[in-house]
Design a protein around this ligand. Structure first.
Ligand code: 4AD
Ligand code: MG
Length: 482
Protein backbone atom coordinates (compact mmCIF):
# COMPACT_ATOMS: atom_id res chain seq x y z
CA UNK A 1 0.00 0.00 0.00
CA UNK A 2 1.34 3.42 -0.98
CA UNK A 3 -1.21 5.61 0.72
CA UNK A 4 0.48 5.87 4.08
CA UNK A 5 2.90 8.42 2.72
CA UNK A 6 2.98 12.01 3.91
CA UNK A 7 3.27 14.76 1.30
CA UNK A 8 6.29 17.01 1.51
CA UNK A 9 4.15 20.13 1.93
CA UNK A 10 2.42 18.57 4.94
CA UNK A 11 5.66 17.38 6.40
CA UNK A 12 7.27 20.80 6.18
CA UNK A 13 4.21 22.61 7.55
CA UNK A 14 3.29 20.44 10.46
CA UNK A 15 4.92 19.83 13.78
CA UNK A 16 6.25 16.50 12.67
CA UNK A 17 9.58 16.42 14.51
CA UNK A 18 10.12 13.03 16.07
CA UNK A 19 7.62 11.22 13.81
CA UNK A 20 8.40 8.18 11.66
CA UNK A 21 7.14 8.93 8.15
CA UNK A 22 7.19 7.59 4.62
CA UNK A 23 7.77 10.01 1.77
CA UNK A 24 7.90 9.46 -1.97
CA UNK A 25 9.02 11.71 -4.75
CA UNK A 26 11.65 12.53 -7.32
CA UNK A 27 15.26 13.43 -6.70
CA UNK A 28 16.14 17.01 -7.57
CA UNK A 29 19.77 16.79 -6.43
CA UNK A 30 22.00 14.42 -4.50
CA UNK A 31 25.04 15.97 -2.82
CA UNK A 32 28.07 14.39 -1.18
CA UNK A 33 26.46 10.93 -1.28
CA UNK A 34 24.52 12.17 1.72
CA UNK A 35 21.90 14.88 1.04
CA UNK A 36 18.92 14.20 -1.21
CA UNK A 37 16.67 17.08 -2.23
CA UNK A 38 13.34 15.32 -2.76
CA UNK A 39 10.30 16.88 -4.45
CA UNK A 40 6.81 15.41 -4.82
CA UNK A 41 5.07 18.34 -6.50
CA UNK A 42 3.02 19.33 -3.45
CA UNK A 43 5.24 22.39 -2.94
CA UNK A 44 8.24 24.07 -4.50
CA UNK A 45 10.20 23.44 -1.33
CA UNK A 46 12.27 20.29 -1.46
CA UNK A 47 12.58 17.97 1.48
CA UNK A 48 16.15 17.47 2.55
CA UNK A 49 16.75 13.79 3.24
CA UNK A 50 19.91 12.83 5.07
CA UNK A 51 21.40 9.45 4.25
CA UNK A 52 23.96 8.60 6.90
CA UNK A 53 27.24 7.16 5.73
CA UNK A 54 27.08 3.38 5.66
CA UNK A 55 23.26 3.14 5.39
CA UNK A 56 23.33 2.23 1.70
CA UNK A 57 25.77 0.22 -0.38
CA UNK A 58 27.64 1.83 -3.26
CA UNK A 59 25.45 0.27 -5.93
CA UNK A 60 22.30 1.85 -4.41
CA UNK A 61 23.99 5.21 -3.89
CA UNK A 62 24.86 5.31 -7.60
CA UNK A 63 21.20 4.87 -8.49
CA UNK A 64 20.14 8.00 -6.57
CA UNK A 65 20.34 10.37 -9.51
CA UNK A 66 18.45 13.52 -10.50
CA UNK A 67 15.01 12.44 -11.71
CA UNK A 68 14.96 9.02 -10.02
CA UNK A 69 11.91 8.22 -7.90
CA UNK A 70 12.29 7.10 -4.32
CA UNK A 71 10.39 5.76 -1.35
CA UNK A 72 12.03 6.80 1.87
CA UNK A 73 11.15 5.88 5.44
CA UNK A 74 12.73 7.91 8.17
CA UNK A 75 12.47 10.14 11.18
CA UNK A 76 11.71 13.86 10.99
CA UNK A 77 14.40 15.80 12.83
CA UNK A 78 15.21 19.44 13.32
CA UNK A 79 17.61 20.62 10.69
CA UNK A 80 21.02 22.00 11.52
CA UNK A 81 21.52 23.28 7.99
CA UNK A 82 20.34 26.63 6.70
CA UNK A 83 17.23 26.96 4.56
CA UNK A 84 14.92 24.44 6.24
CA UNK A 85 13.51 23.88 9.69
CA UNK A 86 13.19 20.11 9.46
CA UNK A 87 14.75 17.32 7.49
CA UNK A 88 14.30 13.59 7.19
CA UNK A 89 16.83 11.17 8.62
CA UNK A 90 16.46 8.14 6.37
CA UNK A 91 16.20 4.64 7.78
CA UNK A 92 15.38 2.93 4.47
CA UNK A 93 15.66 4.18 0.89
CA UNK A 94 13.95 2.23 -1.88
CA UNK A 95 14.44 3.12 -5.53
CA UNK A 96 11.06 2.99 -7.28
CA UNK A 97 12.27 4.11 -10.71
CA UNK A 98 15.79 4.65 -12.01
CA UNK A 99 16.67 7.68 -14.10
CA UNK A 100 19.69 7.62 -16.38
CA UNK A 101 21.41 10.88 -15.54
CA UNK A 102 23.15 10.95 -18.93
CA UNK A 103 19.88 10.85 -20.82
CA UNK A 104 17.59 12.82 -18.48
CA UNK A 105 16.97 16.22 -20.10
CA UNK A 106 16.49 18.12 -16.83
CA UNK A 107 19.89 18.76 -15.32
CA UNK A 108 20.18 20.35 -11.90
CA UNK A 109 20.74 23.81 -13.37
CA UNK A 110 18.65 26.62 -14.87
CA UNK A 111 17.12 25.77 -18.25
CA UNK A 112 15.61 28.30 -20.64
CA UNK A 113 11.83 28.40 -21.05
CA UNK A 114 12.31 27.71 -24.77
CA UNK A 115 14.23 24.52 -24.01
CA UNK A 116 11.59 23.43 -21.49
CA UNK A 117 8.83 24.07 -24.02
CA UNK A 118 10.42 21.38 -26.17
CA UNK A 119 10.35 19.09 -23.12
CA UNK A 120 6.84 19.98 -22.03
CA UNK A 121 6.23 16.38 -20.92
CA UNK A 122 8.85 16.77 -18.18
CA UNK A 123 8.74 20.45 -17.37
CA UNK A 124 6.18 20.09 -14.56
CA UNK A 125 9.14 18.81 -12.57
CA UNK A 126 10.90 22.17 -12.55
CA UNK A 127 10.40 24.88 -9.92
CA UNK A 128 8.99 27.37 -12.39
CA UNK A 129 6.41 25.07 -13.94
CA UNK A 130 5.57 23.51 -10.59
CA UNK A 131 4.64 26.98 -9.36
CA UNK A 132 2.78 27.94 -12.55
CA UNK A 133 0.60 24.85 -12.64
CA UNK A 134 -0.22 24.85 -8.94
CA UNK A 135 -1.35 28.45 -9.45
CA UNK A 136 -3.36 27.50 -12.51
CA UNK A 137 -5.12 24.90 -10.39
CA UNK A 138 -5.84 27.38 -7.60
CA UNK A 139 -7.21 29.97 -9.97
CA UNK A 140 -9.52 27.39 -11.56
CA UNK A 141 -10.75 26.36 -8.13
CA UNK A 142 -11.31 30.02 -7.18
CA UNK A 143 -13.38 30.54 -10.35
CA UNK A 144 -15.81 27.83 -9.27
CA UNK A 145 -15.85 29.04 -5.68
CA UNK A 146 -16.65 32.60 -6.73
CA UNK A 147 -19.61 31.69 -8.90
CA UNK A 148 -20.85 28.99 -6.57
CA UNK A 149 -20.97 31.45 -3.68
CA UNK A 150 -23.03 33.79 -5.83
CA UNK A 151 -25.51 31.08 -6.79
CA UNK A 152 -24.56 30.79 -10.47
CA UNK A 153 -25.29 27.48 -12.21
CA UNK A 154 -22.28 25.86 -13.89
CA UNK A 155 -23.57 24.99 -17.35
CA UNK A 156 -21.57 22.66 -19.58
CA UNK A 157 -22.01 24.05 -23.04
CA UNK A 158 -21.15 21.82 -26.01
CA UNK A 159 -17.69 21.42 -27.51
CA UNK A 160 -19.00 20.38 -30.91
CA UNK A 161 -21.49 22.82 -32.37
CA UNK A 162 -23.11 23.84 -35.63
CA UNK A 163 -22.95 27.59 -34.92
CA UNK A 164 -20.24 30.23 -35.05
CA UNK A 165 -20.84 32.12 -31.82
CA UNK A 166 -18.53 34.99 -32.66
CA UNK A 167 -19.43 35.13 -36.34
CA UNK A 168 -15.73 35.46 -37.08
CA UNK A 169 -15.33 32.22 -39.05
CA UNK A 170 -12.20 31.07 -37.21
CA UNK A 171 -13.41 27.53 -36.68
CA UNK A 172 -11.95 24.02 -36.76
CA UNK A 173 -14.24 21.75 -38.73
CA UNK A 174 -15.39 18.49 -37.17
CA UNK A 175 -16.14 15.81 -39.75
CA UNK A 176 -15.98 12.09 -40.48
CA UNK A 177 -16.33 12.56 -44.23
CA UNK A 178 -13.53 11.01 -46.29
CA UNK A 179 -11.03 13.29 -48.02
CA UNK A 180 -11.05 11.23 -51.18
CA UNK A 181 -14.45 10.50 -52.67
CA UNK A 182 -16.02 13.24 -50.57
CA UNK A 183 -19.80 13.14 -51.12
CA UNK A 184 -20.88 16.12 -53.19
CA UNK A 185 -24.13 17.79 -54.19
CA UNK A 186 -25.14 18.33 -57.83
CA UNK A 187 -23.48 21.76 -57.70
CA UNK A 188 -20.15 20.28 -56.56
CA UNK A 189 -20.33 21.52 -52.95
CA UNK A 190 -19.57 19.05 -50.14
CA UNK A 191 -22.74 17.20 -49.12
CA UNK A 192 -22.74 17.57 -45.34
CA UNK A 193 -26.03 15.68 -45.05
CA UNK A 194 -23.76 12.62 -45.40
CA UNK A 195 -21.58 13.76 -42.51
CA UNK A 196 -21.74 12.34 -38.97
CA UNK A 197 -24.20 14.94 -37.68
CA UNK A 198 -25.96 15.38 -41.01
CA UNK A 199 -24.73 18.97 -41.19
CA UNK A 200 -21.55 21.00 -41.10
CA UNK A 201 -20.09 21.15 -37.58
CA UNK A 202 -17.10 22.69 -35.83
CA UNK A 203 -15.34 22.99 -32.48
CA UNK A 204 -16.84 25.76 -30.39
CA UNK A 205 -15.25 29.22 -30.35
CA UNK A 206 -17.36 30.26 -27.35
CA UNK A 207 -20.12 28.83 -25.17
CA UNK A 208 -21.89 32.17 -24.99
CA UNK A 209 -24.93 31.58 -27.18
CA UNK A 210 -25.83 28.36 -25.37
CA UNK A 211 -24.99 30.17 -22.12
CA UNK A 212 -27.57 32.82 -22.93
CA UNK A 213 -30.22 30.10 -23.21
CA UNK A 214 -29.28 28.96 -19.70
CA UNK A 215 -29.41 32.48 -18.28
CA UNK A 216 -32.96 32.81 -19.63
CA UNK A 217 -34.00 30.13 -17.15
CA UNK A 218 -31.53 30.11 -14.23
CA UNK A 219 -30.92 33.90 -14.27
CA UNK A 220 -27.19 33.41 -13.78
CA UNK A 221 -24.95 30.76 -15.27
CA UNK A 222 -21.29 30.35 -16.13
CA UNK A 223 -19.33 28.06 -18.39
CA UNK A 224 -15.69 27.12 -17.95
CA UNK A 225 -14.36 24.97 -20.73
CA UNK A 226 -12.06 24.62 -23.70
CA UNK A 227 -12.61 26.80 -26.75
CA UNK A 228 -10.94 26.62 -30.14
CA UNK A 229 -9.90 29.24 -32.64
CA UNK A 230 -8.28 28.57 -35.96
CA UNK A 231 -6.77 32.03 -36.15
CA UNK A 232 -3.28 32.04 -37.52
CA UNK A 233 -1.83 34.23 -34.76
CA UNK A 234 1.64 33.29 -33.67
CA UNK A 235 1.88 35.59 -30.65
CA UNK A 236 2.67 35.26 -26.96
CA UNK A 237 -1.06 35.73 -26.20
CA UNK A 238 -2.85 33.40 -28.62
CA UNK A 239 -3.57 29.69 -28.49
CA UNK A 240 -5.60 27.57 -30.89
CA UNK A 241 -7.04 25.73 -27.86
CA UNK A 242 -7.64 27.78 -24.74
CA UNK A 243 -9.95 27.77 -21.75
CA UNK A 244 -12.56 30.41 -21.23
CA UNK A 245 -14.85 31.36 -18.36
CA UNK A 246 -18.13 32.83 -19.57
CA UNK A 247 -20.74 34.04 -17.11
CA UNK A 248 -24.11 35.14 -18.47
CA UNK A 249 -26.61 37.05 -16.37
CA UNK A 250 -30.25 37.94 -16.89
CA UNK A 251 -31.39 41.33 -15.54
CA UNK A 252 -27.86 42.79 -15.96
CA UNK A 253 -26.85 45.86 -17.91
CA UNK A 254 -23.36 46.89 -19.02
CA UNK A 255 -22.51 48.51 -15.70
CA UNK A 256 -23.61 45.46 -13.70
CA UNK A 257 -21.49 43.39 -16.08
CA UNK A 258 -18.38 45.52 -15.47
CA UNK A 259 -18.89 45.44 -11.71
CA UNK A 260 -19.11 41.65 -11.73
CA UNK A 261 -16.05 41.24 -13.97
CA UNK A 262 -13.95 43.48 -11.76
CA UNK A 263 -15.05 41.79 -8.55
CA UNK A 264 -14.41 38.38 -10.13
CA UNK A 265 -10.88 39.16 -11.28
CA UNK A 266 -9.96 40.67 -7.93
CA UNK A 267 -11.45 37.69 -6.11
CA UNK A 268 -9.43 35.05 -7.93
CA UNK A 269 -6.20 37.03 -7.65
CA UNK A 270 -6.81 37.52 -3.93
CA UNK A 271 -7.44 33.79 -3.63
CA UNK A 272 -4.05 33.08 -5.20
CA UNK A 273 -2.33 35.58 -2.90
CA UNK A 274 -3.90 33.90 0.10
CA UNK A 275 -3.35 30.29 -0.91
CA UNK A 276 -0.23 30.25 -3.09
CA UNK A 277 2.06 32.82 -1.58
CA UNK A 278 5.05 30.44 -1.69
CA UNK A 279 4.70 29.88 -5.41
CA UNK A 280 4.01 33.56 -6.10
CA UNK A 281 7.06 34.58 -4.09
CA UNK A 282 9.17 32.16 -6.12
CA UNK A 283 7.81 33.59 -9.39
CA UNK A 284 8.25 37.14 -8.11
CA UNK A 285 11.95 36.46 -7.56
CA UNK A 286 12.26 34.67 -10.87
CA UNK A 287 10.79 37.66 -12.67
CA UNK A 288 13.01 40.07 -10.81
CA UNK A 289 16.08 38.15 -12.04
CA UNK A 290 14.69 38.19 -15.57
CA UNK A 291 14.03 41.92 -15.42
CA UNK A 292 17.60 42.58 -14.34
CA UNK A 293 18.78 41.19 -17.68
CA UNK A 294 16.77 43.84 -19.56
CA UNK A 295 17.88 47.38 -20.35
CA UNK A 296 16.64 49.77 -17.62
CA UNK A 297 14.08 51.46 -19.91
CA UNK A 298 12.30 48.18 -20.64
CA UNK A 299 12.02 46.96 -17.06
CA UNK A 300 8.61 46.56 -15.47
CA UNK A 301 7.75 49.24 -12.96
CA UNK A 302 6.30 46.83 -10.41
CA UNK A 303 7.38 43.47 -9.11
CA UNK A 304 4.87 40.63 -9.52
CA UNK A 305 3.54 40.59 -5.96
CA UNK A 306 3.42 44.36 -5.86
CA UNK A 307 1.42 44.39 -9.10
CA UNK A 308 -1.06 41.78 -7.89
CA UNK A 309 -1.64 43.51 -4.55
CA UNK A 310 -2.17 46.78 -6.37
CA UNK A 311 -4.73 45.27 -8.75
CA UNK A 312 -6.64 43.69 -5.90
CA UNK A 313 -6.77 46.94 -3.94
CA UNK A 314 -7.49 49.55 -6.60
CA UNK A 315 -10.43 50.19 -8.90
CA UNK A 316 -10.10 49.52 -12.59
CA UNK A 317 -10.23 52.59 -14.79
CA UNK A 318 -13.39 52.88 -16.91
CA UNK A 319 -13.43 54.82 -20.19
CA UNK A 320 -15.43 54.77 -23.39
CA UNK A 321 -13.87 53.78 -26.68
CA UNK A 322 -14.34 57.37 -27.87
CA UNK A 323 -12.40 58.66 -24.85
CA UNK A 324 -9.70 56.04 -25.44
CA UNK A 325 -9.21 57.21 -29.02
CA UNK A 326 -8.98 60.81 -27.83
CA UNK A 327 -6.30 59.88 -25.27
CA UNK A 328 -4.31 58.17 -28.02
CA UNK A 329 -4.66 61.16 -30.36
CA UNK A 330 -3.48 63.50 -27.59
CA UNK A 331 -0.56 61.27 -26.59
CA UNK A 332 3.11 62.15 -27.08
CA UNK A 333 3.50 58.72 -28.69
CA UNK A 334 1.00 59.67 -31.41
CA UNK A 335 2.48 63.11 -31.92
CA UNK A 336 5.95 61.63 -32.29
CA UNK A 337 4.56 59.04 -34.76
CA UNK A 338 5.50 56.15 -32.48
CA UNK A 339 2.43 54.05 -33.35
CA UNK A 340 2.80 51.69 -36.27
CA UNK A 341 -0.95 51.51 -36.95
CA UNK A 342 -3.21 54.47 -37.58
CA UNK A 343 -5.36 56.02 -34.86
CA UNK A 344 -8.85 57.43 -35.39
CA UNK A 345 -12.47 56.83 -34.44
CA UNK A 346 -13.53 53.51 -35.94
CA UNK A 347 -10.23 51.64 -35.77
CA UNK A 348 -9.98 48.23 -34.15
CA UNK A 349 -7.35 49.12 -31.54
CA UNK A 350 -4.07 47.26 -32.02
CA UNK A 351 -2.09 45.88 -29.15
CA UNK A 352 0.31 48.87 -29.25
CA UNK A 353 -2.68 51.15 -28.59
CA UNK A 354 -4.06 49.02 -25.80
CA UNK A 355 -0.64 48.80 -24.20
CA UNK A 356 -0.19 52.53 -24.33
CA UNK A 357 -3.48 53.10 -22.52
CA UNK A 358 -2.83 50.52 -19.85
CA UNK A 359 0.92 50.64 -19.32
CA UNK A 360 1.80 54.24 -20.07
CA UNK A 361 -1.33 56.29 -19.50
CA UNK A 362 -3.31 54.68 -16.69
CA UNK A 363 -0.79 52.14 -15.32
CA UNK A 364 -3.60 49.86 -14.15
CA UNK A 365 -6.32 47.64 -15.65
CA UNK A 366 -8.69 49.58 -17.88
CA UNK A 367 -12.25 48.77 -18.96
CA UNK A 368 -13.02 50.21 -22.37
CA UNK A 369 -16.73 50.44 -23.25
CA UNK A 370 -19.06 51.35 -26.10
CA UNK A 371 -17.05 50.30 -29.12
CA UNK A 372 -18.14 51.04 -32.70
CA UNK A 373 -20.71 48.49 -33.79
CA UNK A 374 -18.91 47.57 -37.01
CA UNK A 375 -15.89 46.05 -35.21
CA UNK A 376 -17.92 44.00 -32.72
CA UNK A 377 -20.10 40.86 -32.75
CA UNK A 378 -23.71 40.70 -33.90
CA UNK A 379 -25.19 39.93 -30.48
CA UNK A 380 -24.04 43.13 -28.77
CA UNK A 381 -26.71 45.62 -27.81
CA UNK A 382 -26.91 48.74 -30.00
CA UNK A 383 -26.50 51.90 -27.95
CA UNK A 384 -29.36 54.37 -28.12
CA UNK A 385 -28.70 58.05 -28.90
CA UNK A 386 -25.52 57.81 -30.98
CA UNK A 387 -24.11 60.55 -33.16
CA UNK A 388 -24.89 59.98 -36.85
CA UNK A 389 -22.30 57.64 -38.38
CA UNK A 390 -20.98 56.69 -34.97
CA UNK A 391 -23.19 53.78 -33.92
CA UNK A 392 -21.73 52.06 -30.86
CA UNK A 393 -22.61 48.91 -28.91
CA UNK A 394 -22.73 48.18 -25.18
CA UNK A 395 -19.46 46.27 -25.28
CA UNK A 396 -16.68 46.17 -22.72
CA UNK A 397 -13.13 44.88 -22.95
CA UNK A 398 -10.83 44.69 -19.95
CA UNK A 399 -7.19 45.42 -20.74
CA UNK A 400 -4.43 44.38 -18.33
CA UNK A 401 -0.85 45.62 -18.09
CA UNK A 402 1.59 43.34 -19.91
CA UNK A 403 -1.18 41.24 -21.48
CA UNK A 404 -3.69 43.46 -23.23
CA UNK A 405 -7.26 42.14 -23.55
CA UNK A 406 -8.14 39.63 -20.85
CA UNK A 407 -11.93 40.02 -20.95
CA UNK A 408 -14.36 40.62 -23.77
CA UNK A 409 -18.04 41.09 -22.99
CA UNK A 410 -21.21 43.07 -23.57
CA UNK A 411 -24.81 43.67 -22.80
CA UNK A 412 -26.74 41.56 -25.31
CA UNK A 413 -29.29 42.79 -27.86
CA UNK A 414 -32.54 41.65 -26.29
CA UNK A 415 -34.82 43.38 -28.86
CA UNK A 416 -35.83 40.85 -31.51
CA UNK A 417 -36.20 43.20 -34.48
CA UNK A 418 -32.92 44.97 -33.84
CA UNK A 419 -31.10 41.65 -33.47
CA UNK A 420 -32.62 40.31 -36.70
CA UNK A 421 -31.62 43.47 -38.55
CA UNK A 422 -28.08 43.22 -37.25
CA UNK A 423 -27.81 39.57 -38.26
CA UNK A 424 -29.01 40.37 -41.73
CA UNK A 425 -26.46 43.16 -42.02
CA UNK A 426 -23.69 40.79 -40.96
CA UNK A 427 -24.85 37.92 -43.20
CA UNK A 428 -25.63 35.57 -40.33
CA UNK A 429 -28.25 33.09 -41.57
CA UNK A 430 -31.34 33.39 -39.40
CA UNK A 431 -32.67 29.90 -40.18
CA UNK A 432 -29.74 28.31 -38.31
CA UNK A 433 -30.27 30.53 -35.30
CA UNK A 434 -33.99 30.17 -34.61
CA UNK A 435 -33.25 28.56 -31.27
CA UNK A 436 -31.22 31.61 -30.25
CA UNK A 437 -33.85 34.06 -31.45
CA UNK A 438 -36.50 32.18 -29.46
CA UNK A 439 -35.04 33.66 -26.27
CA UNK A 440 -35.97 37.07 -27.63
CA UNK A 441 -39.41 35.85 -28.65
CA UNK A 442 -40.39 34.20 -25.40
CA UNK A 443 -39.88 36.40 -22.36
CA UNK A 444 -36.83 38.34 -23.45
CA UNK A 445 -34.97 40.30 -20.73
CA UNK A 446 -32.02 42.67 -20.60
CA UNK A 447 -28.96 40.51 -20.05
CA UNK A 448 -25.19 40.63 -20.24
CA UNK A 449 -22.09 38.50 -19.95
CA UNK A 450 -18.40 38.29 -20.62
CA UNK A 451 -15.57 35.89 -21.41
CA UNK A 452 -12.32 35.76 -19.46
CA UNK A 453 -9.44 34.05 -21.26
CA UNK A 454 -8.17 31.70 -18.55
CA UNK A 455 -4.61 31.44 -19.84
CA UNK A 456 -4.37 35.21 -20.08
CA UNK A 457 -5.27 35.64 -16.41
CA UNK A 458 -2.86 32.84 -15.49
CA UNK A 459 -0.19 34.76 -17.43
CA UNK A 460 -1.08 37.91 -15.54
CA UNK A 461 -0.91 36.21 -12.14
CA UNK A 462 2.27 34.21 -12.77
CA UNK A 463 4.07 36.91 -14.76
CA UNK A 464 4.88 34.40 -17.51
CA UNK A 465 5.55 36.22 -20.76
CA UNK A 466 4.47 33.49 -23.15
CA UNK A 467 1.01 31.92 -23.11
CA UNK A 468 2.56 28.57 -24.14
CA UNK A 469 4.06 28.40 -20.66
CA UNK A 470 0.79 28.53 -18.73
CA UNK A 471 -1.08 25.68 -20.45
CA UNK A 472 0.15 22.12 -20.06
CA UNK A 473 0.35 21.24 -23.74
CA UNK A 474 0.01 24.24 -26.02
CA UNK A 475 -1.71 24.05 -29.39
CA UNK A 476 -0.53 26.78 -31.76
CA UNK A 477 -0.21 27.02 -35.56
CA UNK A 478 1.98 24.18 -36.88
CA UNK A 479 2.41 22.76 -33.41
CA UNK A 480 0.47 19.94 -31.74
CA UNK A 481 2.84 17.70 -29.79
CA UNK A 482 1.68 15.17 -27.19
O1 4AD B 1 -13.29 38.59 -26.90
P1 4AD B 1 -13.71 37.17 -27.18
O2 4AD B 1 -13.57 36.67 -28.55
O3 4AD B 1 -15.20 37.09 -26.64
C1 4AD B 1 -16.03 36.01 -26.74
O4 4AD B 1 -15.73 34.91 -27.15
C2 4AD B 1 -17.38 36.25 -26.12
N1 4AD B 1 -18.31 35.22 -26.63
C3 4AD B 1 -17.28 36.24 -24.63
C4 4AD B 1 -18.59 36.49 -23.95
O5 4AD B 1 -19.06 37.60 -23.98
N2 4AD B 1 -19.17 35.46 -23.36
O6 4AD B 1 -12.89 36.21 -26.21
C5 4AD B 1 -12.95 36.38 -24.81
C6 4AD B 1 -11.57 36.29 -24.20
C7 4AD B 1 -10.60 37.35 -24.70
O7 4AD B 1 -10.77 38.55 -24.01
C8 4AD B 1 -9.27 36.70 -24.40
O8 4AD B 1 -8.92 36.85 -23.04
C9 4AD B 1 -9.56 35.23 -24.64
O9 4AD B 1 -10.95 35.06 -24.55
N3 4AD B 1 -9.09 34.79 -25.96
C10 4AD B 1 -7.99 34.04 -26.18
N4 4AD B 1 -7.09 33.52 -25.33
C11 4AD B 1 -6.09 32.79 -25.85
N5 4AD B 1 -5.95 32.52 -27.15
C12 4AD B 1 -6.82 33.02 -28.06
N6 4AD B 1 -6.69 32.74 -29.36
C13 4AD B 1 -7.91 33.82 -27.57
N7 4AD B 1 -8.96 34.45 -28.16
C14 4AD B 1 -9.66 35.03 -27.17
MG1 MG C 1 -12.43 40.21 -27.81
Amino acid sequence: MFNTRIKVKQLLLAETVGQQVTVMGWVRTFRNNQFIALNDGSTNNNLQVVVELGLLDDATLKRITTGASLKIVGEVVESLGKGQKVELKATTVEILGDCDAEKYPLQPKKHSLEFLREKAHLRFRTNTFGAVFRLRHSLAFAVHQFFNQKGFVYLHTPIITASDAEGAGEMFRVTTLPFDNTPRNADGAVDFSEDFFGKSTNLTVSGQLEGELGAMAFSEIYTFGPTFRAENSNTTRHLAEFWMIEPEMAFFDLEDNMNLAEEFIQYIIRYALEHNLDDLTFLDQRLEEEEKQKPAAERAEFGLLEKLRFVVDSQFERITYTEAIQILLDSPAYKKKKFKYEVGWGIDMQSEHERYLVEKHFKKPVIVTNYPAHIKSFYMRLDDHCEPGKQTVAAMDILAPGIGEIVGGSQREERLEKLQARMKEMHIPEEEMEWYLDTRRFGTVPHAGFGLGFERIVQFVTGMGNIRDVIAFARTPKNCEY
